[in-house]
Design a protein around this ligand. Sequence first.
Ligand SMILES: NC(=O)c1ccc[n+]([C@@H]2O[C@H](COP(=O)([O-])OP(=O)(O)OC[C@H]3O[C@@H](n4cnc5c(N)ncnc54)[C@H](O)[C@@H]3O)[C@@H](O)[C@H]2O)c1
Length: 719
Amino acid sequence: MIYEGKSLNVTLLPNGIAELVFDAQGSVNKFDRQTVSELDEATQALKSQSDVKGVLVRSNKSTFIVGADITEFTGLFDMPAEEVLTWVAKTSQVFDRFEDLPFPTISAINGFALGGGCEMTLACDLRVADTTAAIGLPEVKLGLMPGFGGTVRLPRLIGADNALEWMTTGRDRKAAKALAEGAVDAVVAPEKLRDAALSMLQDAIDGKFGWQARRAQKQAPLKLNKNESMMSFSTAKAMVFAQAGKHYPAPHAMVDTVANAARLDRAGALELENQGFTQLAKSDAAKAQVGIFLADQLVKSKGKKQAKAATKDVKQTAVLGAGIMGGGIAYQSAVKGTPVIMKDINQGALDLGLNEAAKILGKGMQRGKVTPAVMASTLNNIVPTLEYSAIKDVDLVIEAVVENPKVKGIVLKETEQNVSDDTVICSNTSTISINQLAESLEKPERFCGMHFFNPVHKMPLVEIIRGEKTTDATIATVVAATLKMGKTPIVVNDCPGFLVNRVLFPYFAGFSKLVMDGADFVAVDKVMEKIFGWPMGPAYLLDVVGMDTADHASSVMADGIPERMQKIENDPVTLLYKSERLGQKNGKGFYNFSVDKRGRPAKKSADEAYELFAPHCADKRDFEADEIIARVMIPMANEAIRCLEEGIVGSAAEADMALLYGLGFPPFRGGVFRYIETMGLANFVALADKYADLGPIYQISDGVREMAVSGKSYFSQSA
Ligand SMILES: NC(=O)c1ccc[n+]([C@@H]2O[C@H](COP(=O)([O-])OP(=O)(O)OC[C@H]3O[C@@H](n4cnc5c(N)ncnc54)[C@H](O)[C@@H]3O)[C@@H](O)[C@H]2O)c1
């Protein structure tokens, strides 16, 4: 044994080949600080051994190395910039020292070699992958760039264009693709990986591979003349701008770093990488995106833990109502392998529900994502019915009939009479109190909310709403069923609007007030989309939600939380609803919807809407972007804070993920709590105070005021 650490060890084989094996104590190998320093020690040990002729790097796990340890990032990136720079420079030098070993090196890649794992393989002279391998540099997804030499070595190995494509999209490559692009030298069957690597290394030792030239190529300037260079980097810049837009600094920084380093050798290029990495590590976007990664892990592990406690396995589901949501839920259950009975009172609706599923599958087939076998099995998994008797043996019923408490009450009662004693019953209501609906049931303990988002097959979130009488066992079963459907469950407590709609409607109210004070809804949408980063501004979103749904939901919110959410008389939503401008569903709302010449959906601000609003609004005037953002976002943030303070949601991290997954909150802002923390709680309090006279949705809670004064963070415990 040449070296033995906690995460890796090195042994010398009789033929003079040393095997450096990553074998961390946890389930996967990753580059935490400990592993980096062990790699350095192992490199020193290898260098000092006179009888070593070459090094094989491999993993003893089912996957190579998954990347850096992201849980260390928050602490690391909180350090002053100079210290982050020192840390990343020192770490990348560890990889340089490995690369400089005086004999050939090869990595044998199985499973994932991502981020730092990929950079480890790039520090080797040769790479062989097995057919399970996937290699990539996903740092961009965290708002970062590779920091252990990736921006230097990959472009020199596979060309700047390809390398920038890898890095700016963050997408990994399967073994065959990596081979075709020159990122690996051979691909073999998994059982042959070690032998193949040993034999290639032996060839290198025997002088049959020009490994020295390969190494020199990684350490020299890029082989591009001035013209090629200009072409290559200006194309990359334009592509990145088109794809990432201006809110995500990381991909832009990568293109600049690789371009500026093109004429430099390894040392010079690495210096630029170290600086670029540090700048990004200190950016708000990286903080938000790393925060999302950690919050997502928290949500996933919480979900898994809850699901583990489930005593009931959902093998057969029923959906009541074959409308937009019922059809979508049935599809989702079926495609993930759980048969589903879809019940409606109307044969036409059943046909539409089935058609909808077939349409989604058809689109998947066109894109090569769905096989004919999956299409057939999914459709076979959905059994339409008009009869209650068909649901008698199901494990889980998801009610998705019209949003009317009376109808839902009757349907739930009938359901209970037709299922077995231990069937779990859920409602997909978006606004009606779960406690109120539970009153229709003899056994409310087996009942909870299961709130899917539209379109079901695309939206990752399911908000699971615990009523006062819901048991832990019921929640566990529903969480497990949600995971089985491929969705992310977040459990919240019952209240008007639950979490997501409760924070969305004050945002809409802020928007209504802004329009009534003279703002142009198109200008508001523009600011909220282009500057704040929402996928749709509030007017467009209201058109998608539908004015009937929005009007109804705001009545529910007004009844439930009258102290803050009283309906505003003659606000734009009410006016549009009353004149039957329901939004996208009937082609007219704030915008008029049509189809353009190429058959694509188009929208144009509606003169009719302006005319409707004019008598009830102040004269039109321009608002600064900052004011627009403040006036719609403060009410959302305030309500999210109240939800946390009241225990509706378990943590700021879960609230942020719910808004990200349920509403499409801009990822570079990380969620509503991350947004106010980035602003600084004291600044948020000051900003809200400035608008406090606009009404109760602008008035902040004592809780946040105290947190701001005492310098506390919403993320200190959770993520
Ligand atoms: N549409 C959305 O964006 C959305 C999002 C989240 C939650 N929801 C909620 O999902 C539920 C359904 O909404 P939707 O948009 O799919 O409505 P929808 O009008 O498209 O569909 C409702 C379906 O229920 C059927 N139905 C009515 N009474 C029934 C009964 N007694 N038994 C069986 N079926 C019956 C109708 O025939 C219709 O097919 C509502 O509670 C809604 O609030 C909707």
